[in-house]
Design a protein around this ligand. Structure first.
Ligand code: UDX
Length: 455
């Protein structure tokens, strides 16, 4: 940032995925950021310049921010907040908004930040309160009302985040768009100033009203998820009629109205956003008697698609899994993350452990998370976590590929074949579909929506 006067002072509530990327990103363009975090464990790591999860490039950005004294971390307590508050112009909410058991959005973390702000003795006049967390439409207005009722009126805005895990630093610094949603002039002006360095680098800034910005985030995620379920449904038909999903993809992608992105058939989508945002969107629509049938179908197709490999094995093995060993490559919901939230691997493993097969799994980053989430199958011996992709396939009757990690793409299938008891490969991300050694080899290979998988 060129001029000192343009720097902003901001506080971010939540040192999780969105909060930390935003904090380090804003610090990297010259703003001064303090992150308020509740977890002592996280704070200890962050203060040492360590990132509590795997995200390429983030640790470096955090370390730089700390060493330039533009990024700091504090416990989210009243006294720490009070101390920093006088100099903070903007307060960004980046706490988690997970799903409740019925699929609605749990706003309790967000509400506890509002509770904290309401306890602050000083006035919040002139401050800008911005939600970066994904929240149901109307939440911003509800926050505003709570603040007014608590005697602390404040300008409220929505600034949804479109980061992809694994590409978050790039997405933050080079966003395809920045969205500011508010009817408040001061909030608009401050957010324009906050994002000026990114806008100067070419990021388009879109301004809209608060409710539209809140809904836009759900609309974007639901649309992308729908594209994936659409191509997965077509891939199911390909397998039945002997067509090739990759050739269809080429044909679709050349139509600029359709485009090529988010049209890769696979074993379905997972992650911390799509599944929870679809459920929340359905609830938001139903609250207004809108059936949200397309969104429900997107969910339904995805549920089925996650079991693609299981259904294929049922056919190949005539439903007899006795004595079989299955190798799994890829446990996280996608490559370049250690996150297993809603990962297709979880649905598949829970189905496989109902059979008499045993599973040997490997993931480049997800092993820690897997040993935490899959304690029961590990204890019972249904599942083993292996140290390398080769160890996982040793003596296996089938290999299932669930994520397209670069480490897997580099593998030579002829080397893998000799390690297996029987060379059956179910490629849930079509990683190897174009590999030459497959042709005329003894490998029995199935990809998603490929002619080899024809019934
Ligand atoms: C998503 C949105 O992309 C991002 O804008 C939003 O802020 C958060 O949610 P993320 O969950 O990190 O980001 O992952 P994304 O790269 O979108 O992938 C989501 C899932 O879809 C993954 O499981 C991925 O494997 C799957 N996917 C993606 C497909 O199955 N096919 C595709 O063509 C693309």
């Amino acid at each position: 940032m060129s001029k000192e006067s343009e720097n902003c002072e901001l506080g971010i509530f939540g040192g999780g995925y969105v909060g930390l990327v935003a904090a380090a990103g804003f610090a990297s363009v010259g703003h001064r950021v303090v992150v308020f975090e509740v977890s002592d464990e996280k704070l200890q790591l962050l203060n040492a310049g360590k990132v509590p999860f795997f995200e390429p490039g983030l640790e470096e950005l955090v370390k730089n921010g700390i060493s330039q004294k533009l990024l700091s971390f504090e416990k989210a307590t009243l006294d720490r907040l009070q101390e920093h508050l006088p100099r903070l112009q903007g307060l960004l909410l980046a706490v988690g908004t997970p799903s409740l058991p019925d699929g609605r959005t749990d706003l309790s973390y967000l509400d506890s930040v509002i509770d904290l702000l309401l306890k602050v003795p000083q006035s919040l006049e002139g401050k800008i309160l911005v939600s970066k967390s994904t929240v149901p439409v109307g939440t911003g207005e509800r926050i505003s009302k709570r603040m007014i009722e608590g005697g602390k009126p404040v300008a409220v805005a929505s600034n949804p985040e479109f980061l992809r895990q694994g590409n978050a630093v790039y997405d933050f610094l080079k966003p395809e768009r920045i969205v500011i949603g508010t009817e408040n002039v001061e909030a608009t002006e401050w957010l324009r100033k906050l994002y000026a360095p990114l806008v100067a680098n070419g990021a388009p800034l879109i301004e809209m009203n608060l409710r539209s910005a809140e809904l836009l985030k759900y609309a974007a995620n639901a649309f992308l998820a729908t594209k994936i379920s659409f191509i997965n449904e077509i891939s199911q038909l390909c397998e039945r009629v002997g067509a090739d999903i990759q050739q269809i993809h080429r044909g679709l992608a050349t139509d600029s109205r359709i485009g090529s992105k988010f049209l890769n058939a696979g074993v379905g989508f997972g992650g911390s956003c799509f599944p929870k945002d679809l459920s929340s969107l359905i609830h938001q629509g139903e609250a207004f008697s809108l059936a949200m049938s397309l969104t429900k179908s997107t969910q339904e197709v995805n549920r089925r698609q996650r079991l693609w490999a299981f259904e294929r094995l049922q056919k190949v093995w005539n439903n007899d899994f006795r004595g079989k060993t299955i190798a799994l490559w890829g446990l996280t919901f996608k490559p370049n993350t250690d996150d297993m939230r809603e990962a297709p691997a979880l649905s598949l493993i829970s189905r496989l452990i109902e059979t008499e097969a045993s599973i040997k799994a490997y993931d480049p980053q997800g092993m820690g998370e897997a040993s935490r989430l899959l304690k029961d199958p590990l204890k019972r011996g249904h599942l083993q976590l292996m140290k390398s992709p080769q160890e996982a396939v040793e003596g296996a009757d089938a290999l299932i590929i669930l994520t397209e990690w670069a480490e897997f793409e580099k593998m030579n299938l002829s080397d893998i074949k000799v390690l297996m008891r029987s060379p059956l490969i179910l490629d849930g991300r079509n990683v190897f579909s174009s590999q030459q050694p497959l042709k005329n080899s003894e490998i029995q290979y199935y990809g998603v929506g490929l002619p080899s998988a024809s019934a």
